[in-house]
Ligand binder design. Structure first.
Ligand code: MG
Length: 403
């Protein structure tokens, strides 16, 4: 997964023709609902083959009535039964759980799979889509962080391609279009800085879940919004860039850019820098991933440089936001450590949102779990899954002690 590895994102697209059949995994979440908004705007350019949701069966049923997919996947068998009773006579096949997700990800008719399920649960369907040669729009960054080399191997084996949905990585992907392999000198990820960029440590200690969920520029799910406030999201994105573009973390910089207009940049060997700009609206990278490499006008709001205000950049404060440093440590340790960090963060953020630990304790939990971890080198899938399980248990212990 270091610099000599080929990028996941350099393969050629298939020709456009009939409507692209897509599977939207995680269609009831924040990214998923925005994917479906893009599908509406594309007016027949893509058709929805399958939708999957977790526990929000009412919304999944509503989406099924509008988009008429052939396959639906609920989180549990009970959810599937409820979905069937809400959709009597629709003709859709209703499945559930991990097996259902894998089927929706690998069904023969499907061209593009959008993986937007929360966290690590996206790994198995991503591998299923990769092994069956799909075009994958990846929004679940934890999949790439925890298992980058395993995903890369599956992509190569299946002849699949991957287009990032994360706005920063979409920007980098767009900057690399037409550039030769091995051309990257540095990747520069921008970060809004989150809602507490200017807060003191004392103020941060008193942050409530409600305040952490109020992000200044991006509209996102709860977990990622808290990760944005701790800057763990940017830490995960360093590892995500490493997995996607084959550039080691030491060559991935982070700059704070509060307006979220410049979505990220690439500096090439000759010193030239390319950036991708746009309004902070997830529908743009989503549309790009669905239709890559086409760029039709679907009426999304457009950037006006004369009114978007001054574009400012500054260095992040790693003392105030230790999660950034933890992510660099995880990248340097490699092996199972990124999966361990990811799982510990997941548990810590849940505990913060449940009011069990304070905001600053999120980094403390992650740090403690990482300190006590035994790292396995070159892990296979089983080792990654076991590390995830171990780290969740260890993090839960830390949370219980800190409460
Ligand atoms: Mg992002």
């Amino acid at each position: 997964m270091k610099s000599s590895a080929p990028s996941l994102a350099q393969q050629l697209p298939e020709d456009a023709g009939a409507p692209r059949a897509i599977s939207v995994l995680g269609s009831t979440g924040s990214v998923g609902t925005q994917v479906l908004d893009v599908v509406r705007r594309l007016q027949g350019r893509v058709r929805v083959h399958s939708l999957s949701g977790g526990s929000n069966i009412a919304l999944l049923a509503e989406q099924a009535r509008e988009f008429r997919p052939e396959m639906l996947v609920a989180g549990t068998e009970q959810g599937a039964r409820e979905l069937e009773s809400r959709l009597t006579g629709s003709g859709a096949r209703v499945l559930w759980g991990d097996q259902g997700l894998a089927q929706a990800a690998s069904a023969e008719a499907v061209h593009t799979v959008v993986v937007a399920v929360q966290g690590f649960a996206g790994l198995a369907p991503t591998l299923a889509a990769a092994r069956t040669g799909k075009s994958i729009g990846i929004a679940s960054k934890e999949v790439l962080v925890a298992a980058g080399p395993i995903v890369r191997e599956a992509l190569n084996a299946g002849g699949a391609m991957m287009v990032p949905v994360d706005s920063e990585h979409s920007a980098i992907f767009q900057c690399l279009a037409g550039e030769p392999e091995g051309c990257i000198d540095r990747i520069i990820l921008t970060a809004s800085g989150g809602p507490f960029a200017n807060a003191t440590r004392e103020e941060m200690a008193a942050i409530t879940p409600e305040r952490a969920l109020d992000h200044p520029t991006w509209k996102m799910g709860r977990k990622i919004t808290v990760d944005s406030a701790t800057l763990m999201n940017k830490g995960l994105e360093i590892l995500e860039a490493e997995a996607l573009f084959g550039v080691e973390a030491a060559r991935v910089d982070v700059v704070i850019h509060p307006k979220s207009i410049v979505h990220s940049l690439v500096r090439f060997g000759d010193g030239s820098v390319k950036a991708q700009l746009g309004l902070p609206d997830m529908r743009l990278p989503i549309q790009y991933a669905l239709l890559y490499p086409e760029r039709p006008d679907t009426g999304l709001p457009k950037l006006d440089l004369l009114t978007c205000g001054p574009l400012e950049f500054r260095a992040p404060d790693e003392d105030k936001f230790p999660c950034l440093r933890l992510a660099r440590q995880a990248a340097a340790a490699g092996g199972t450590m990124p999966a361990i960090m990811c799982a510990a963060d997941d548990v810590a953020v849940e505990a913060f949102l449940a009011g069990e630990i304070g905001f600053l304790k999120i980094a403390d939990v992650v740090s403690e779990v990482m300190d006590s971890a035994e790292v396995g080198a070159n892990p296979g899938l089983d080792a990654v899954v076991e590390s995830d399980r171990w780290a969740r248990e260890r993090a839960a212990q830390c949370v219980r002690r800190m409460r």
